[in-house]
Design a binder for this molecule. Sequence first.
Ligand SMILES: [Fe+2]
Length: 306
Amino acid sequence: MPERLITHLRHVDIAVPDFARQLEFYTSVWGLTQVGGDSGVAFLAAEGSPEQYVLRLREGDKRLDLIAFGAQNPPHVDARAQRLTSAGVKLVSEPGALATLGGGYGFRFFDVDGRTVEVSSDVAFREHRPIEEKEAIPVRLSHVVLNSTDIDATRDWYAKHLDFRLSDSLGGVMHFMRCNPRHHSFAVARGPHVSVHHISFEMRGLEEYMRGTGRVKRSGARFVWGPGRHLAGDNTFSYFLDPHGNTVEYTTELEELDEDSWHPHIYDMRDPTVQDQWGTANPMSELVAKESFNDEDPGLFQAPPL
Ligand SMILES: [Fe+2]
């Protein structure tokens, strides 16, 4: 088993102009819990997750502020920073104490497409609880998928600099990458520009995933695609748009791989059973695919304000 300096996906931070509306959606409809914040900033936790927060909202022009990954310990953080610097990757901040909820030790840098990424360790765990049967709120963050114009270049960069491994691909369209045995914590999708493709939240199980899907549908949120079960990752999917047009997903039962024996597949997206093994989702089409192109991100190679 390769030594991994990145352990997991911690949180995704986004900025939006209508902060109040966005906060209302993610707390009242999507099922996250506000655990902190200030004027124009909110930290949202998933009740079942030990992460301090899984989503940070900030009031401002719409952009992706940050993707945060965990590392095992400060020496791993330092080693990562050193390796990135030696490879010519631009750091946004040097390793040091973090001022965000839960503290910890970390640093930030720009990825190949200009997104701001953080790697940190030693963040205090949040007191969390088991999600109960039929409780249709997210257990934790599952994965984040990003649009890139050159998905092979983004895949190669994450493999080279952050040790992500390729789990599967949808030929020419998407690469699924892992940093632990979960099939994917990160994926890159082919898009017309760099932007967020979707942010995915793990539900307790099928019952809770379906109940959550129904609740969000009834809220009037735009339902993009689902309910169904993908072939790559074997996870279920229901995709919605948040009030600012970011795609968000409820998922469950994402596959855990035997990493010693796993070989990546290249699936053909035109095969309907690749998209949805169940056959229950609305058919994928160019129009459906475009829903997740999102707006071009204006924050590339610009560190977000704290
Ligand atoms: Fe997903």
